[in-house]
Write a protein that binds this ligand. Sequence first.
Ligand SMILES: Cc1cc2nc3c(=O)[nH]c(=O)nc-3n(C[C@H](O)[C@H](O)[C@H](O)COP(=O)(O)OP(=O)(O)OC[C@H]3O[C@@H](n4cnc5c(N)ncnc54)[C@H](O)[C@@H]3O)c2cc1C
Length: 297
Amino acid sequence: MNEPDILQDNSLNPVNTQTWVNGRHVVRCVKVVQETHDVKTFCFMSQTPIMFFFKPGQFVTLELNIGGEQVMRSYTISSSPSVPYSFSITVKRQKHGLVSNWLHDNLRVDDEMAVHGPIGNFNCIDFPTDKALFLSGGVGITPVMSMTRWWYDTNSAVDMKFIHSSQTPKDIIFLKELELMSSRIDNFDLSIICERYDIGESWHGYRGFLTQQLLELIAPDVLQREVYCCGPEPYMKAVREMLGNLDYDMSRYHEESFGETPPDAIEDAEESAELAHIAEETPQPGFCVEFIDEACQ
Ligand SMILES: Cc1cc2nc3c(=O)[nH]c(=O)nc-3n(C[C@H](O)[C@H](O)[C@H](O)COP(=O)(O)OP(=O)(O)OC[C@H]3O[C@@H](n4cnc5c(N)ncnc54)[C@H](O)[C@@H]3O)c2cc1C
């Protein structure tokens, strides 16, 4: 009897699958998930099987053409490299925002686009710990969700405390998955704080903003923890002040700002877009596909 043909070109096979390196990659949208009323997750794969290894917390920069203009925006990889055959970004619609609304309204399964990366210093591989405190606000949950998924999926012994602030209960991203994780392992402790709840909604958790009192109540051992923080700038400023008041060792504090695409990422993306342009015009060796352009040069 013939062996089953499991090594077809497009089969998912950890032995013959290439790995992801920082550069320009063309990916295909394979799934769109509506997370909340204004947040969607977009999942991507490549045409040739690629293992999307990256450091949990890192981001990619999308290269899009909207209305004839090239636009670049960075999005954290919200999935975990423990599930390496695809990766996801989770995008919140911004009022009047060009790219976030375009993605929500236009990006469909099977659409292709170029992404640059992965890149980013805010990650839990370069700053490992055995006691983590994740502090996130709104869509700033994406990098700490990737770190949590990573430590959860790899059965790590890291003691994780996760404090997420949301505007209202209906805005909580990944709620069910977070609750599932906290119900299954005892080294993951989840607290959610809702600023308010709207008429018709009920909420039995913490209410208001994260305060120093609340932080000390939920994480009395905060001084022993490595802190990973991501959220709106006023939120992160408040967190830094709280930690400063507690004489926290700020060398153990790590944050990601969504405010501006870091200049490094833009330079890297522009450079690799240019390289990709040159590569498109130059015949490549047969086995060297888009994902390993840089590695082959
Ligand atoms: C490292 C990094 C990681 C990130 N990760 C994520 C992530 O995981 N998920 C996520 O959702 N975002 C993330 N972001 C933010 C993301 O890159 C974009 O900045 C965000 O989606 C808004 O882009 P946009 O094109 O929709 O808005 P833009 O068009 O850039 O506009 C930004 C803001 O300007 C204002 N504005 C623009 N035009 C007008 C106008 N005509 N009138 C009034 N106000 C206006 C709006 O308030 C708008 O929200 C990340 C950013 C960085 C740097």
